[in-house]
Design a protein around this ligand. Structure first.
Ligand SMILES: O=C(O)CCC(=O)C(=O)O
Ligand SMILES: [Fe+2]
Length: 280
């Protein structure tokens, strides 16, 4: 099968950008074939077809003028992957990025897939690293370990239309309980971050990737009812430095394990999250 990405590794500049800002954008990084293949795989899933069918039905409770329903489709973990989706896990670019950040000792944590239709609500600024209980001893000992989110946008997005927003440099602010998006944006933490912390509203063409330190604050703007793009597709793979389970660390499907080569086995052979996995 052909490559899914146009690049096999990041440049030195890319790596510095990631460390400076807490994220790296690789626009249009999918090959044409990879983008088409992944998109078709997602759109041909029965659950996705059923979702679109339910979207197009008008709500009988509402009058004709009111919008149709605005709920997103969301699946976590996203296990129903075809060959293109499967390839994302260890495409040479992904492996090289993870090696440049974490080194060789990392685990596949989990994945998710999301379809946001017109009317989809905003998602406020948040971090995905510290949703561990802050006071949990495991969190305290593990919080400096890497937790990387790789966000894929097969059909891209425009500013003001379900765009990802980020606060570059916010990953440098210590993870104390008092930190909040408002405080970050108030100027109080600028000195600690070594720069002016401000929100950036991204705009990305189809087939783009964002490689994100999950400590960096990010959020998503709503999708307007009159958006020219009917829905925004979003896929995410999350990797963690080797160690105990993170929140949502998924069970690896038996078939994945059966087919896994030694490198994949190393990523997959770890404990999954359970409600009591952090209790002593
Ligand atoms: O939808 C996106 O672009 C990002 C979503 C996100 O930040 C999350 O699910 O945690
Ligand atoms: Fe997030």
């Amino acid at each position: 099968m052909k490559p899914v990405f146009r690049l096999d590794e990041p440049t030195d500049d890319d790596v510095s950008t990631f460390h400076r800002d807490g994220f790296l954008i690789l626009p249009e990084v999918f090959t044409d074939e990879g983008l088409k293949g992944l998109t078709e795989e997602i759109l041909s899933l029965q659950a996705v077809k059923d979702y679109f069918k339910s979207l197009s039905k008008s709500n009988p409770e509402a009058d004709n003028l009111s919008p149709k329903h605005s709920s997103s489709y969301f699946v976590r973990p996203w296990n129903d992957r075809g060959p293109w989706g499967d390839r994302l896990i260890d495409a040479p670019l992904v492996t090289a990025l993870l090696h440049s950040t974490i080194g060789p000792n990392y685990h596949f944590c989990h994945s998710a897939m999301n379809i946001a239709p017109r009317g989809a609500k905003r998602l406020g600024f948040h971090q995905d690293h510290h949703h561990w209980f802050h006071e949990n001893p495991i969190n305290l000992s593990e919080r400096d370990k890497w937790y990387i989110q790789i966000l894929y946008y097969p059909n891209g997005f425009k500013q003001g239309d379900r765009n990802l927003m980020v606060i570059p440099g916010s990953h440098k602010v210590a993870p104390t309980l008092g930190v909040s998006p408002d405080r970050l944006l108030s100027g109080e933490c600028d000195q600690e971050a070594g720069r002016k912390l401000e929100a950036h509203r991204l705009e990305l063409p189809a087939g783009s990737m964002v490689y994100l330190n999950a400590r960096a604050y990010h959020g998503v703007e709503p999708k307007p009812w009159n958006s020219p793009q009917a829905y925004r597709l979003f896929v995410i793979d999350i990797f963690k430095q080797a160690g105990p389970p993170h929140r949502y660390t998924q069970e690896i499907p038996v078939e994945w394990m059966k087919k896994a080569n030694p490198t994949r086995k190393k990523m997959f052979e770890r404990q999954a999250f359970t409600e009591d996995c952090w209790l002593e």
